[in-house]
Write a protein that binds this ligand. Structure first.
Ligand code: IPM
Ligand code: MG
Length: 355
C-alpha cells in the first residue's frame, strides 16, 4: 500500500511555500525512489470562500485516512470579521482535535550559517538545538465554558477555561520523555503552578510519571514566565521543553525568533503511534508579504522533512533533505527574512541543487 500525503496549502504565503514543497516532492519521487500518493485540498480561508467552512468533513476524513498531512498556513485580514466558528483558524483547531495530534514538536535550532541572523549574540545561539513538546488538543484552546456574556449593568464579561486531565498531561509528557532519551536526556516542564490549579496538576502528573517510568531522564520544573526570560538569556540550558497549549504557542514563537527567522522552523503534531501526523511550518500566513514570492520556503520544506521522518518511514530521505537545506544555507542562499534577495522559487532551486 502506498502512503498518502495530504497537502493543505491554505492562505497567505501558504500556497507559495507549498509550491516549493511540491517541487521537492517531485524530485524525491522521480530521482530518490520515494513512493507517495499526494493529494491537495482546500483549507482555511481558501476553503471558507469556496465551501463556506474552513475545512469540510470530507477533507477531515481524507486527513484521517492519510499517513501524513502537510499544511502551509491559515488566516488573514480578509477573514478578520468572519464569525468565530467559521474563522480559518478554527479549521486548524478542528483538524488538530479530530486527528487527535496532541503532541506538537517544535524544534528551535540555529543553523551554523545563520548564527548572526539572530537578534541574540552569536555565542548564545550558536549550535542551539532545543525542542518544544507543546500540548495541542487541550487547555484553554478547547476548554469550556467559554464566551462573552452581557452582565446586568450592560457591561460584558469574556471568559475562557484552562482545563487539563491527568490523562492529557501524561500522554504528552510521555512524548517529551521519550524524545529526551533520544537527545540530551533532559526535560524542562513549564507551567504556572504557583498561581494555576491546572498548572499544579501538571507539575504533579509530570513528577509522578517521571518517578514511575522515566527516572533515567533529567527532569526540571520551571515557571513559564521564568522560562521566557531564560530562553533569551541562556537558551542552551534547555533540551526538551514540555508545555501546555497556550504557553507553548507563545514561547515557541519566542524561541523561533532567537534562531534568526521564524521562516526556518517546521513542526510536527503527533498522536498515538501509527496515527497520521500533521506537519506545519510555525510561521503564519504573513499577509504582508503574501503573493510577492518573498516567503522563505525552508520551514515548509523542513516540515516535509519531519513528515518523512516521523510518519512516512523515510528517515534516510529526511536526512538527505535536511543536509540539502543546510548546504543551501551554507552556500549563502538567503531569502529576504535572512537579509538576502532570493525569491521563494530561487530558494527552492538552491535546495534542489544541493539535493
Ligand atoms: C500556531 C498558531 C495557531 C495556534 C493559530 C493559527 C490557531 O499560532 O500554530 O502557533 O494558536 O496554535
Ligand atoms: Mg502560534
Amino acid at each position: 500500500m502506498t502512503n498518502k500525503l495530504l497537502l493543505l496549502p491554505g492562505d497567505g504565503i501558504g500556497p507559495e511555500v507549498m509550491t516549493e514543497v511540491e517541487r521537492v516532492l517531485d524530485r524525491l519521487m522521480s530521482r530518490h525512489g520515494l513512493k507517495l500518493d499526494v493529494e491537495t485540498a482546500l483549507f482555511g480561508g481558501a476553503s471558507l470562500d469556496e465551501e463556506g467552512v474552513p475545512i469540510t468533513d470530507a477533507v477531515v476524513a481524507t486527513a484521517k485516512s492519510a499517513q501524513a498531512v502537510l499544511m502551509g498556513a491559515v488566516g488573514g485580514p480578509k477573514w478578520a470579521s468572519v464569525a468565530r466558528d467559521l474563522r480559518p483558524e478554527m479549521g486548524l483547531l478542528r483538524l488538530r482535535k479530530e486527528m487527535d495530534v496532541y503532541a506538537n514538536l517544535r524544534p528551535a535550532l540555529c543553523f551554523a550559517a545563520l548564527a548572526d541572523a539572530s537578534g541574540l549574540k552569536r555565542h548564545l545561539v550558536e549550535g542551539l538545538d532545543i525542542v518544544f513538546v507543546r500540548e495541542l488538543t487541550g487547555g484553554v484552546y478547547f476548554g469550556t465554558p467559554r464566551g462573552i456574556e452581557t452582565l446586568a449593568d450592560g457591561s460584558k464579561r469574556g471568559f475562557d477555561n484552562q482545563v487539563y486531565t491527568s490523562a492529557e498531561i501524561r500522554r504528552v509528557a510521555r512524548v517529551a520523555f521519550e524524545l529526551a532519551r533520544k537527545r540530551s536526556n533532559k526535560v524542562t516542564s513549564l507551567e504556572k503552578s504557583n498561581v494555576m490549579e491546572s498548572g499544579l496538576l501538571w507539575r504533579q502528573e509530570v513528577t509522578a510519571l517521571h518517578a514511575s517510568d522515566y527516572s533515567d531522564v533529567q527532569l526540571e520544573h520551571m515557571y513559564a514566565d521564568n522560562a521566557a526570560m531564560q530562553l533569551v538569556r541562556a537558551p542552551q540550558q534547555f533540551d526538551v521543553l514540555l508545555t501546555d497549549n497556550l504557553f507553548g504557542d507563545v514561547l515557541s514563537d519566542l524561541a523561533a525568533a532567537c534562531t534568526g527567522s521564524i521562516g526556518l522552523l517546521p513542526s510536527a503534531a503527533l498522536g498515538d503511534a501509527g496515527k497520521p501526523g500533521l506537519y506545519e511550518p510555525i510561521h503564519g500566513s504573513a499577509p504582508d508579504i503574501a503573493g510577492k514570492g518573498l516567503a522563505n520556503p525552508v520551514a515548509a520544506i523542513l516540515s516535509l522533512e519531519m513528515a518523512l521522518r516521523w510518519s512516512l518511514g523515510e528517515v534516510g530521505l529526511a536526512d538527505q533533505l535536511y543536509r540539502a537545506v543546510e548546504a543551501a544555507l551554507n552556500n549563502g542562499a538567503r531569502t529576504a527574512d535572512l537579509g538576502g534577495s532570493l525569491s521563494s522559487t530561487d530558494m527552492g532551486t538552491a535546495i534542489l541543487a544541493a539535493l
